[in-house]
Design a protein around this ligand. Structure first.
Ligand code: CMP
Length: 162
Protein backbone atom coordinates (compact mmCIF):
# COMPACT_ATOMS: atom_id res chain seq x y z
CA UNK A 1 0.00 0.00 0.00
CA UNK A 2 1.37 3.45 -0.85
CA UNK A 3 2.21 5.73 2.07
CA UNK A 4 -0.21 8.21 3.57
CA UNK A 5 -0.10 11.80 2.31
CA UNK A 6 -0.46 15.13 4.07
CA UNK A 7 -2.50 18.05 2.85
CA UNK A 8 -3.17 21.59 4.05
CA UNK A 9 -6.70 22.78 4.84
CA UNK A 10 -7.83 26.16 6.14
CA UNK A 11 -11.25 27.03 7.51
CA UNK A 12 -11.53 30.59 6.20
CA UNK A 13 -12.81 33.63 8.12
CA UNK A 14 -16.42 33.10 7.02
CA UNK A 15 -16.33 29.51 8.33
CA UNK A 16 -14.91 30.62 11.67
CA UNK A 17 -17.30 33.58 12.05
CA UNK A 18 -20.33 31.45 11.18
CA UNK A 19 -19.42 28.86 13.84
CA UNK A 20 -18.77 26.05 11.35
CA UNK A 21 -15.39 24.85 12.69
CA UNK A 22 -16.76 21.71 14.32
CA UNK A 23 -19.02 20.74 11.42
CA UNK A 24 -16.16 21.09 8.92
CA UNK A 25 -13.59 19.19 10.97
CA UNK A 26 -16.16 16.43 11.50
CA UNK A 27 -16.23 15.72 7.76
CA UNK A 28 -12.50 14.97 7.68
CA UNK A 29 -12.55 12.94 10.89
CA UNK A 30 -15.56 10.95 9.68
CA UNK A 31 -13.51 9.92 6.67
CA UNK A 32 -10.87 8.53 9.02
CA UNK A 33 -8.25 11.17 8.33
CA UNK A 34 -5.90 12.18 11.12
CA UNK A 35 -5.56 15.86 11.96
CA UNK A 36 -1.85 16.04 12.73
CA UNK A 37 -1.57 19.84 12.92
CA UNK A 38 -4.11 22.51 13.85
CA UNK A 39 -4.10 26.16 14.94
CA UNK A 40 -6.39 29.20 15.08
CA UNK A 41 -4.49 32.20 13.76
CA UNK A 42 -4.89 35.67 12.36
CA UNK A 43 -3.32 35.71 8.89
CA UNK A 44 -1.09 38.74 8.29
CA UNK A 45 -0.97 40.41 4.85
CA UNK A 46 2.59 39.03 4.44
CA UNK A 47 1.48 35.47 5.21
CA UNK A 48 -1.54 35.86 2.90
CA UNK A 49 0.72 37.07 0.07
CA UNK A 50 2.92 33.98 0.48
CA UNK A 51 -0.03 31.61 0.57
CA UNK A 52 -1.75 33.08 -2.47
CA UNK A 53 1.32 34.12 -4.50
CA UNK A 54 0.06 32.22 -7.58
CA UNK A 55 -2.98 34.55 -7.69
CA UNK A 56 -0.98 37.77 -7.51
CA UNK A 57 -2.14 40.21 -10.20
CA UNK A 58 -5.50 38.49 -10.76
CA UNK A 59 -8.67 40.56 -10.62
CA UNK A 60 -9.79 39.00 -7.31
CA UNK A 61 -6.37 39.09 -5.59
CA UNK A 62 -6.78 42.25 -3.46
CA UNK A 63 -10.21 41.23 -2.20
CA UNK A 64 -8.90 37.72 -1.47
CA UNK A 65 -6.07 39.11 0.69
CA UNK A 66 -8.46 41.50 2.46
CA UNK A 67 -10.90 38.67 3.18
CA UNK A 68 -8.38 36.07 4.37
CA UNK A 69 -6.88 38.60 6.81
CA UNK A 70 -10.27 39.87 8.05
CA UNK A 71 -10.71 37.38 10.96
CA UNK A 72 -8.92 34.26 12.24
CA UNK A 73 -8.66 31.07 10.23
CA UNK A 74 -8.20 27.48 11.40
CA UNK A 75 -5.13 26.01 9.70
CA UNK A 76 -4.84 22.22 9.59
CA UNK A 77 -2.56 19.47 8.37
CA UNK A 78 -4.60 16.42 7.46
CA UNK A 79 -3.03 13.01 6.96
CA UNK A 80 -4.31 9.88 5.26
CA UNK A 81 -4.37 7.80 2.11
CA UNK A 82 -4.64 9.99 -1.03
CA UNK A 83 -5.26 12.91 1.33
CA UNK A 84 -4.75 15.66 -1.27
CA UNK A 85 -7.27 14.36 -3.81
CA UNK A 86 -9.65 12.92 -1.27
CA UNK A 87 -9.85 16.13 0.76
CA UNK A 88 -10.51 18.08 -2.47
CA UNK A 89 -13.49 15.75 -3.08
CA UNK A 90 -14.82 16.40 0.42
CA UNK A 91 -14.32 20.17 -0.02
CA UNK A 92 -15.86 20.41 -3.52
CA UNK A 93 -15.32 22.73 -6.49
CA UNK A 94 -13.99 26.27 -5.89
CA UNK A 95 -17.35 27.76 -6.86
CA UNK A 96 -20.09 26.54 -4.49
CA UNK A 97 -22.43 26.68 -7.48
CA UNK A 98 -20.48 23.89 -9.19
CA UNK A 99 -19.67 21.92 -6.04
CA UNK A 100 -21.34 18.52 -5.80
CA UNK A 101 -24.11 18.21 -3.23
CA UNK A 102 -22.71 16.74 -0.04
CA UNK A 103 -19.40 18.59 -0.31
CA UNK A 104 -18.50 21.28 2.22
CA UNK A 105 -18.73 24.12 -0.29
CA UNK A 106 -22.06 22.93 -1.68
CA UNK A 107 -23.52 22.45 1.77
CA UNK A 108 -22.17 25.56 3.53
CA UNK A 109 -21.32 28.20 0.90
CA UNK A 110 -23.10 30.30 -1.72
CA UNK A 111 -20.41 32.21 -3.63
CA UNK A 112 -16.76 31.71 -4.65
CA UNK A 113 -15.41 34.64 -2.64
CA UNK A 114 -16.83 33.14 0.56
CA UNK A 115 -16.24 29.45 -0.07
CA UNK A 116 -15.57 28.56 3.60
CA UNK A 117 -12.47 26.38 3.13
CA UNK A 118 -9.19 26.16 1.28
CA UNK A 119 -7.50 22.85 0.44
CA UNK A 120 -4.20 22.24 -1.37
CA UNK A 121 -4.58 21.31 -5.03
CA UNK A 122 -1.49 19.06 -5.35
CA UNK A 123 1.15 17.30 -3.26
CA UNK A 124 3.62 20.06 -4.19
CA UNK A 125 1.19 22.80 -3.07
CA UNK A 126 0.45 20.86 0.11
CA UNK A 127 4.13 20.71 1.05
CA UNK A 128 4.54 24.41 0.28
CA UNK A 129 1.42 25.50 2.20
CA UNK A 130 2.14 23.27 5.21
CA UNK A 131 5.62 24.85 5.31
CA UNK A 132 4.11 28.36 5.32
CA UNK A 133 1.77 27.72 8.25
CA UNK A 134 3.52 25.05 10.34
CA UNK A 135 6.97 24.39 11.77
CA UNK A 136 7.91 20.69 11.64
CA UNK A 137 7.67 20.48 15.45
CA UNK A 138 4.04 21.69 15.33
CA UNK A 139 2.96 18.52 13.52
CA UNK A 140 2.10 15.53 15.68
CA UNK A 141 1.57 12.16 14.03
CA UNK A 142 3.06 10.01 16.78
CA UNK A 143 -0.33 8.87 18.03
CA UNK A 144 -2.24 5.87 16.83
CA UNK A 145 -5.42 5.38 14.89
CA UNK A 146 -8.19 3.57 16.77
CA UNK A 147 -7.49 0.38 14.82
CA UNK A 148 -3.78 0.45 15.64
CA UNK A 149 -4.55 1.31 19.26
CA UNK A 150 -6.90 -1.66 19.69
CA UNK A 151 -4.45 -4.05 17.99
CA UNK A 152 -1.66 -2.82 20.27
CA UNK A 153 -3.76 -3.29 23.43
CA UNK A 154 -4.94 -6.71 22.26
CA UNK A 155 -1.35 -7.89 21.92
CA UNK A 156 -0.52 -6.69 25.44
CA UNK A 157 -3.66 -8.34 26.90
CA UNK A 158 -2.72 -11.63 25.22
CA UNK A 159 0.81 -11.44 26.56
CA UNK A 160 -0.58 -11.03 30.09
CA UNK A 161 -3.22 -13.75 29.63
CA UNK A 162 -6.09 -11.31 30.20
P1 CMP B 1 -9.11 28.97 -2.60
O1 CMP B 1 -9.23 27.49 -2.77
O2 CMP B 1 -8.74 29.46 -1.26
O3 CMP B 1 -8.04 29.53 -3.66
C1 CMP B 1 -8.07 30.88 -4.10
C2 CMP B 1 -9.29 31.60 -3.68
O4 CMP B 1 -9.60 32.79 -4.35
C3 CMP B 1 -10.50 30.70 -3.92
O5 CMP B 1 -10.48 29.61 -3.02
C4 CMP B 1 -11.64 31.71 -3.78
O6 CMP B 1 -12.01 31.87 -2.44
C5 CMP B 1 -11.02 33.03 -4.22
N1 CMP B 1 -11.57 33.52 -5.47
C6 CMP B 1 -12.28 34.62 -5.59
N2 CMP B 1 -12.61 34.83 -6.87
C7 CMP B 1 -12.10 33.84 -7.58
C8 CMP B 1 -12.10 33.50 -8.97
N3 CMP B 1 -12.69 34.24 -9.87
N4 CMP B 1 -11.45 32.36 -9.34
C9 CMP B 1 -10.82 31.60 -8.42
N5 CMP B 1 -10.78 31.87 -7.10
C10 CMP B 1 -11.42 32.99 -6.68
Amino acid sequence: MKPEERTFVAIKPDGVKRGLIGKIIERFENKGFKIVGMKLLQVTPELAAKHYEEHQGKSFYKRLIYYITSAPIVAMVIQGYNAVESVRHIVGATSPLNADVGTIRADFAQIMEYNVVHASDSITSAEREIGIYFKPEEIYDNWQSMQELIAYDEERYNQQGL
